[in-house]
Design a protein. Structure first.
Lengths: 228, 228
DNA sequence: GACGCCAAAATCGTATACAATCTTGAAGAC
DNA sequence: GTCTTCAAGATTGTATACGATTTTGGCGTC
């Protein structure tokens, strides 16, 4: 139940709302997503809820177990490595391309993402900061004008959020690292080489900052997570 | 209605069957996929059919137009370029990785794909040959043991099949080019450098062999396409 | 004859109903 | 006391029903 103005809940908007909740860690890996329960929350039928859950399962954010229901996905260690492997193939080259096509408006929009992330972080809203940090990456793929790659990156970013929920060790600083600022500098200068290198090492940093041994998690209440 | 042994049609198997039909060009871009019509063909309810169509739309093989129905996707020229751009980021590096991990069984399985493709081609079954040619690419990603990347590649390969249906100019030789054979040699020798280079140029060849100006297509009958 | 309008038919979107499967918990045997 | 069994409850899978939107075809007007 985001959005103050009463949203009309269709399968698509329900999926978006759930995805946001997962991305912001209001829904944690392993949480059961009962169809009746969600249907009641959004005041809609199981039909629409099922469509939304199916969409999320295709993005690997939700795992559907036959006859047992839907659960927020719990990426394995192997999957975690694979996600960052895929990102390291896609994002650096895309960042290079973005750097050479970047307009002033694009730069401004990226900067506003960083600012909003900074604000959220200081307001103690780690979930939202993490979401905005992901949007920074998505925006770059969009600026590169690669719709197809952008869709893949968006999926990988969302899955990364699950991975962070499970394996992150330093609780405090999310992507507040200077990486995004340094990328901004490269973008402002239209320096494709630098952008590619910075993105590459940024992703490597992210991966190495994970503790791929210990899992942490604790599923809470659904209604609680989706309430605003 | 593939599979001689009577398959039990669930949303998943229906989606697989439709995907195969699209991949083999029995269903051409733009074909209308009416829910009632498909439901009748598979002797199931619209509920299951809708789930299958949704799955395919998430893979961009089917386009869902609200209140108007499902159609086999018709990738634009821009989308065609994007698909091969994405493939060129993912597959060469994956081929390199596969080359270094390749076992004898893997090699044999790849060879059997090539053989089957050759057979299909000489039997005049271009659709099946194209499908098997795609499976060659998918198999490489699987051998690299990259499930996540393999899923992306599989999607891109399927979409490539649509692109080929729309923009291919030389009707005869599909992927019968020597590219796959040369890749096999690199794999057999465990030569990662060669595998990466060969894959890169193979994908470039594919892209440049497209005629990204003229579209060709002609939707036929549904029941015809799915009959076997 | 061409265009526009309106009603009927067809098709999709959503809700509900029923069937199949799984989970839960209590009763009984050892 | 622990384990097994089985039945009741809960949850998902599929089918059907109904409402909303679009398409189609005919009629009338210009």
């Amino acid at each position: 139940m985001n959005e103050l103005n009463t949203t009309v809940w269709t399968p698509d908007t329900i999926a978006q709302d759930l995805e946001r909740a997962i991305h912001e860690h209001r829904l944690t890996p392993g949480s059961k997503l009962g169809e009746d329960e969600i249907g009641e929350i959004y005041a809609t039928s199981r039909t629409s809820v099922r469509a939304a859950l199916q969409a999320l399962s295709h993005k690997r954010l939700v795992e559907l177990k036959r006859n047992r229901g839907a659960f927020v996905a719990q990426p394995s260690v192997k999957e975690a490595r694979e996600v960052f492997e895929a990102r390291s193939l896609l994002e650096p080259r895309t960042a290079r391309s973005a750097a050479t096509r970047m307009s002033d408006e694009d730069l401004a929009r990226l900067q506003s993402h960083i600012d909003a992330e900074h604000t959220a972080l200081h307001a103690g809203d780690n979930g939202r900061a993490l979401y905005l940090s992901g949007e920074f990456h998505n925006e770059i793929a969009r600026i590169a004008d690669q719709v197809t790659i952008a869709a893949f990156v968006a999926e990988l970013v969302s899955r990364s959020s699950l991975i962070i929920a499970l394996y992150w060790q330093r609780r405090a600083a999310i992507c507040e690292s200077t990486a995004h600022h340094m990328l901004m500098k490269a973008f402002a200068e239209g320096d494709g080489d630098a952008a590619e290198d910075l993105m590459k090492s940024h992703l490597l940093d992210l991966l190495t900052s994970l503790d791929l041994k210990n899992k942490t998690s604790a599923p809470g209440s659904l209604a609680e997570a989706l309430k605003r």
